[in-house]
Write a protein that binds this ligand. Structure first.
Ligand code: ZN
Ligand code: ZN
Length: 379
């Protein structure tokens, strides 16, 4: 699964001298191509993540310098697969301020617009059988939640909290910043003294040391949708991290499903594709083959006589369920099973068969010669 990490400049298709404008242009055009909502490419999600990561690093001058000098190894995580990507609306790629979106995602501290808790992404492997009819699953996760000892207040005894004199209990302060000779930028920020609480904790809660949050083992129940594909994300509202110190809403828990491969089926939407190696006699004379199927019933594959390798047989209604209820097809690709060695008896029988069917080596040579002569005569 792990492949060598590609060069960020190569991913965006820009030179090492590319400036911010060129980076943005390259990112937008690639993001439009590989946005998972728009692209049908099988690796769209991976590509989109890769593009996001490359842009995130190269558009940040500090990180770019580190990368230029030390490569992937220089960046946090040692160049491993730490970057998970993040959800970006298709419209944001074009209308929003890209740098704003990226910096708010990569912990651009004060720029955070509200104090909603963070989303948490977990990957969850499910067996192929789970998507056939859909199932209900339960996951045990260690997640941040409000501290139960102090009820999320962070205080040992909230009644002893003192009024914050810096913000007057409002939790926010107005900051005026001179940005030019005649310009003052005015903005509202969390009060630095009380971290937006409006009050000062007398003694911090011993359990969470004033954080108001603690990690707890939680059981999360969710349903696997019928026909879910790898990369499907289930959003559990409010099950992510709580906002710091009782601020805003909790974030969401996002469960990304990874569907294990089936031993012989490949998926194409609701269709299931398999290749079936059969011997020459089965192709020539026809055959009926029976397999145990994903729906628990028998799957009968009827090979018509006179089939050739490379032909497909479609069995309708035995694939995966569509969202609308119908089922896709099983598509069987016929392959010729050719043993590496034959015993003497079989070899003799094949030679005889070759004579009767005119498929021996010498006959092929003659027919190739005939064909060439015929063409010369008509050329
Ligand atoms: Zn506590
Ligand atoms: Zn305050």
């Amino acid at each position: 699964m792990m492949s060598a990490k590609r060069d960020y400049y190569e991913i965006l298709g820009v030179s090492q001298q590319a400036d911010g404008g060129e980076l943005k242009k390259a990112f937008r055009s690639l993001a439009r191509k590989y946005h998972p909502d728009k692209s049908d490419a099988e690796d769209a999600e991976e590509r989109f993540k890769e593009i996001q990561e490359a842009y995130a690093i190269l558009s940040d001058s500090e990180k770019r310098q580190v990368y230029d000098r030390y490569g992937h190894q220089g960046l946090s995580g040692g160049g491993g697969g730490g970057f998970q990507g993040f959800h970006m609306n298709f419209e944001d790629i074009f209308s929003g301020d890209l740098n704003d979106i990226f910096s708010s995602f990569f912990g651009g501290g004060q720029r955070r617009r509200n104090s909603r808790g963070s989303d948490v992404l977990v990957r969850h492997n499910i067996p192929f059988s789970a998507i056939v009819e859909g199932t209900s699953e339960e996951l045990e996760l260690n997640l941040l939640d409000d501290c139960q000892t102090c009820d999320g207040t962070g205080a040992l005894d909230p009644t002893k909290n003192k009024h914050c004199t810096v913000c007057g209990g409002r939790g926010s302060v107005t900051v005026r910043q001179q940005v030019g000779p005649f310009m003052v930028n005015q903005s509202t920020q969390h009060c630095p003294e009380c971290s937006g609480r409006g009050s000062i904790i007398d003694k911090p809660c011993r359990n969470c040391r004033g954080e108001g949050r603690e990690t707890r083992n939680q059981k999360i129940r969710f349903d696997i949708p019928v026909g879910a594909e790898s990369g499907t994300r289930l959003r559990m509202r409010g099950h992510g991290e709580p906002a710091p110190r009782g601020g805003g809403d909790s974030g969401d828990l996002i469960i990304q499903l990874e569907v294990q491969a089936h031993p012989w089926f490949e998926r194409d939407g609701a269709d299931l594709i398999m290749s079936l190696p059969v011997g020459f006699p089965a192709l020539a004379l026809g055959a009926r083959i029976s397999l145990a199927h994903i729906d628990g019933k028998e799957l009968l594959i009827d090979i018509p006589k006179g089939s050739s390798a490379g032909q497909t047989i479609e069995i309708r209604g035995r694939g995966l369920a569509h969202r609308r209820g119908q089922r896709g097809s099983v598509v069987v690709l016929l392959k010729l099973h050719m043993p590496k060695k034959f015993d003497k008896k079989t070899k003799k029988a094949l030679e005889e068969l070759g004579h009767t069917l005119s498929i021996g080596a010498e006959d092929v040579e003659q027919s190739v010669r005939d064909e060439a002569e015929y063409r010369r005569g008509n050329g």
